[in-house]
Design a protein around this ligand. Structure first.
Ligand SMILES: [Zn+2]
Length: 460
């Protein structure tokens, strides 16, 4: 119902904007396994500019002459983006009212704000964090409570957030459920029912799904059957199964198979988190891992994965060790069913031990897009914004289109760079020029403004 209303609104707004009608279901469709088909469909939708007497667009900000990577189209295009209130008012070629503040985006990329659906930053955001380390990468949304570790009450946590620099949301964590109702060992029926009830409550309070970390104590006591039973709740109430699989090392393949089995048996979407083939003996297994995901997708499972842009995990920081090799990482990052996430962590003072917290998105843009050309800018933006938005069911974010929330990143593709390293993980990225969060300027002329414009996001 909501979907139809939004579509009607966008079609109404499109007349003003002088661009073609952009349908929000494209957010859901583009990830389809036939990119050519999506492209064709999109081309058909682009209609010639009409409006016999073009009226200037009334807006607060106008980004002029940028290179727009909207998260849907397969090609970047030149144009303006108008922002009014919290939303994008128009995109394309149009005039605007004199009250608009003009930002010259010539030579800069204009993209949707990036959405990081795998973070461990919920305690930082609870402290009204300005999130400058996140914003300076163009990231405007953080979803926390991953790998089974989350807050004890979704409602209490979300309603306690007074102000944040970025949009925030949560998962219900399996470790929290197990600690409260089971502890170690086998789960009884009564305990399972108690966990199901609490999970349903968290989902109704706005959590985006159930996160698990089956590799960790005491979550590893969970049987496949127990997971399927918990996922039935997702089927009934909504949300998806977000899994740090049981083993990312020698047992990585059976562990992926288990995640697929759980998703298929319960009939729920699966997010396979921070894909890796850890430990040297398993390097080279990535093609098999990706084949398993593809096979599951072909058999009808709505499964996607995510990956961060480093070969070492937080467990490798004390040594020179790497948990995944470069070839496997590149295969995962380049795969159409895999999006970008950071798996980042922040303490209450905004510090992190791993450079990915301050650098993941800028690193991928610098290294894998600009330098190595593994991804095009268009594909990278899809992986950083549109794909996670679709996975989370955020219909009003993740792409640039009239009527969408004005979460926008504006940066120089030639200079965007991560500066955080293994030895100095807490250095801000460079090259991000402007970032809007819900229509407010959070980064201006390359500097964070301190504006706390983030919103609490709940599953709809
Ligand atoms: Zn994890």
């Amino acid at each position: 119902m909501k979907h139809i209303g939004r579509r009607a609104f966008l079609i109404g707004a499109a007349g003003l904007s002088l661009v073609g009608i952009l349908k929000p279901q494209l957010v859901a469709d583009w990830v389809s396994k036939q990119p050519e088909a999506v492209q064709e469909e999109q081309e058909e939708q682009v209609e010639p500019a009409v409006a016999p007497e073009p009226k200037p667009v009334d807006c607060d900000y106008i980004l002029t002459n940028g290179t727009i990577v909207d998260g849907m189209s397969n090609k970047a295009f030149q144009g303006n983006v108008a922002i009014k209130g919290q939303e994008i008012a128009a995109i394309g070629d149009f005039t605007w009212t004199p009250r608009a503040k003009v930002i010259d985006a010539t030579g800069l990329l204009v993209t949707p704000g990036f959405i990081d659906l795998h973070t461990h930053t919920e305690n930082y955001h609870r402290q009204n964090g300005q999130a400058e380390m996140i914003l300076m990468q163009g990231v405007t949304t953080h979803i926390g409570g991953n790998c089974g570790t989350s807050v004890s009450s979704i409602e209490e946590h979300l309603s306690g957030i007074e102000a944040t620099g970025v949009n925030v949301g949560l998962f219900v964590g399996y470790k929290v459920l197990r600690n409260k109702f089971v502890g170690e060992g086998k789960t009884t029926n009564a305990q399972l029912e108690a966990m199901q009830e609490r999970l349903a409550q968290g989902l109704r309070e706005g959590a985006f799904g159930l996160s698990v970390g089956l590799q960790y104590w005491p979550q590893h006591y969970a049987t496949t059957e127990e997971m399927i039973a918990l996922c039935q709740v997702l089927k009934d109430v909504g949300g998806f199964y977000s899994t740090h699989i049981r083993n990312e090392e020698n047992q990585v393949l059976p562990s992926v198979e288990e995640a697929i089995e759980i998703g298929l048996a319960a009939g729920v979407p699966v997010q396979y988190c921070h894909i890796k083939t850890a430990q040297k003996a398993n390097w080279g297994k990535m093609p098999k891992v990706l084949e398993l995901i593809e096979g599951a997708a072909e058999s009808g499972l709505d499964i996607t994965g995510d990956v961060y842009g480093y070969t070492f995990s937080s467990l490798d920081l004390d040594s020179d060790r790497e948990s995944i090799n470069e070839d496997d990482l590149r295969l995962a990052l380049g795969h159409p069913l895999v999006m970008v996430a950071s798996d980042c962590w922040l303490d209450k003072n905004g510090k992190s031990a791993h450079p990915r917290t301050y650098g993941n998105y800028s690193r991928i843009l610098r290294r894998y897009v600009r330098e190595e050309k593994l991804l095009t800018w268009e594909t990278a933006v899809k992986k950083m914004a549109a794909m996670p938005a679709r996975r989370l069911g955020l219909h009003d974010r993740g792409i640039l289109a009239p009527g969408m929330k004005a979460d926008i990143a504006v940066f120089d593709g030639n200079s965007i760079t991560d500066c955080s390293t293994r030895s100095q993980p807490n250095i801000l990225s460079q090259g991000m020029q402007y970032v809007f969060v819900n229509g407010q300027l959070a980064v201006k002329e390359g500097e964070p403004t301190g504006t706390l414009a983030g919103q609490v996001l709940r599953r709809v």
